[in-house]
Design a binder for this molecule. Structure first.
Ligand SMILES: [Zn+2]
Length: 113
């Protein structure tokens, strides 16, 4: 359910950005979402459909750019891209891991008129 609150913030932010840019409507929202966040693009789209009527985003399409989870092991120095948000080095099995990417969640840009 945490997608509801992030989607609400996303819609609020895009409406505000639309105001700042003098747009009357937004037609595209480019969102970066890191896989480590666990946010589901489908769930975000679902809540977005619910939240967008009567906003400047009512006709907007969300384009997700998913960022893979990249980790670096502080013990063996190897970098890996992993599918599951599990901070464990696939090479040596240690948990001394640095998360290089995957935690992103932000609106990269909006397009409107
Ligand atoms: Zn390692």
């Amino acid at each position: 359910m945490h997608e509801y609150s992030v989607t609400k913030s996303l819609v609020d932010l895009c409406n505000q950005e639309a105001d700042n840019n003098g747009f009357t409507k937004v037609y595209k929202i480019n969102v970066k979402v890191g896989k480590f966040t666990g946010f589901s693009p489908d769930a975000i789209k679902f809540y977005f459909d619910y939240l967008r009527p009567d906003t400047k985003c009512r006709e907007a399409k969300i384009i997700f750019d998913e960022v893979p989870i990249r980790i670096k092991c502080r013990d063996c120095g190897k970098e890996n891209v992993i599918d599951e948000p599990l901070l464990l080095c696939p090479d040596c099995g240690k948990r001394n891991i640095e998360l290089l990417s995957g935690r992103e969640f932000y609106v990269e840009s909006i397009e409107g008129e």
